[in-house]
Ligand binder design. Structure first.
Ligand code: DNO
Length: 406
């Protein structure tokens, strides 16, 4: 397993040396400064790659192992007139990445909003801070701040009453913060930042897009890009919807095992693969991550390892400890190691699955610092160290078995 780390580029307060000290060797990054739909040129890719891969003498080498993400333009998601030009630039970017020696790309197909949280500093009993999705706060935004048409029909009367009460407890600045968290976007998102009015008109573009339509548009997109990826040797790894359910009346179609089955059947090629994001899928109690890791093993080209804790209402959740959450992290890591062994038995040199500690708590010296929410250094360092311990222990057991000839 390749231990990787998300880096937001030269402006990231977590430096490449910090990443070396955390023990990661793979870098996960993107040309975040590029507008969605703009083709990434080879010069730009090579310049970023050189920044990552040129180290001072004696320093641990790093490599750009994964692009997260090449964003998919919303015109492709709704198939707006002329969307084909964005499919063409997408293919151009894939070709250019491959020409520069980068062969894995993460992306998602979430309409308008990428990963969504309502609270970026939820206090844990230890004093550390976690990211949280509070369903009442989210409903308060939907019903009373955004005032979305049709929002009432998407909520029960109890939810509406709770949302009303929640809203009443928020002052003006808390309302603004909640709005920004939801529509201005979180770090690394692959969708645009919006103002409230801009967001309302963007939502209108989706009124005629049913879940079936969105799924078909995704399949149409894959039918164009997977052959290019296969030709140039890029593995695509779709990231699931976070959280894995429709939000604000927007359909979401990459939320559970059945969604993945449909997707992989529709475009049946190993390059049409998956980012196994444990925290994202894990929000739904009906997603069994260990069996998903087994079932989709050959398609897993990247894994985000973090756990969440589901709350009593069945909709809210917060990000828990990497090893102490609702996910069976040890079972999942074991399934990924088994998949790697399967690839090794096939004689594949590229058997390794890049994993990253997806998010971490804000803790210790990072508290009070301006950090990218979810992406502070120390919490992720702790998460990676814990996961490394699991990998080491499980691999040790395997080695013993080999040594004993069993
Ligand atoms: C959040 C991330 C997402 C993810 C994109 C993938 O922490 O997992 O921003 O990178 O959704 O396209």
């Amino acid at each position: 397993m390749e231990q990787t780390w998300r880096w937001f580029g030269p402006g990231d307060s977590v430096s490449l040396d910090h990443i070396r000290q955390a023990g990661a060797t793979g870098i996960v990054t993107a040309l975040h400064e590029k507008a969605t739909g703009e083709e990434w040129s080879q010069e730009e890719i090579l310049a970023r790659k050189a920044l990552i891969e040129t180290q001072a003498p004696g320093r641990t080498p790093l490599r750009w192992s994964m692009v997260e993400s090449v964003p998919v333009h919303d015109d492709i998601k709704v198939q707006a007139p002329g969307f084909e030009r964005y499919v063409a630039t997408y293919c151009g970017t894939l070709r250019n990445l491959a020409a520069c020696g980068i062969d894995r790309v993460c992306y998602n197909f979430m309409p308008l909003i990428d990963w969504t949280r309502t609270d970026l500093a939820y206090q844990l009993p230890s004093g550390a801070a976690a990211l949280r999705f509070d369903a009442d706060l989210f409903a308060a935004f939907d019903l009373f701040i955004l005032e979305r048409e049709g929002a009432q029909a998407d909520h029960t009367s109890e939810q509406i009453a709770r949302a009303e009460k929640t809203l009443a407890g928020l002052d003006e600045s808390q309302r603004r913060k909640l709005t920004a968290n939801i529509i201005a976007g979180l770090p690394g998102r692959a969708t645009e930042a919006h103002t409230l009015d801009g967001f309302r008109s963007a939502l209108e573009r989706y009124t005629l897009v049913s879940p079936e339509r969105l799924r078909q548009n995704l399949v149409d997109f894959l039918k164009q890009v997977v052959p290019v990826a296969a030709e140039v040797g890029i593995r695509l790894a779709i990231h699931p919807d976070d959280p894995p359910r429709p939000l604000l009346g927007l359909p979401r179609v990459v939320s559970c095992a059945e969604d993945l089955r449909l997707l992989f059947k529709a475009v049946d090629h190993p390059c049409n693969g998956l980012t196994l994001c444990v925290g994202t899928f894990g929000v739904r109690a009906d997603n069994n991550l260990t069996s998903m890791a087994c079932e989709f093993g050959p398609r897993i080209h990247f894994a985000h390892l973090r756990g969440i804790k589901r709350e009593a209402d069945g909709l809210s959740f917060y990000e828990g400890e990497h090893l102490a959450s609702d996910a069976d992290m040890v079972g999942i890591v074991q399934a990924l190691l088994t998949e790697e062994n399967r690839r090794i038995a096939e004689g594949r040199e590229d058997y390794s699955i890049p994993i990253r500690p997806d998010h971490g708590h804000q803790m210790l010296d990072d508290l009070g610092k301006a950090v990218n929410p979810g992406y502070s250094a120390i919490g992720r360092l702790k998460g990676l160290a814990e996961i490394r311990g699991v990998i080491t222990a499980l691999s040790y057991k395997d080695r013993l078995r080999v040594n004993q000839g069993a």
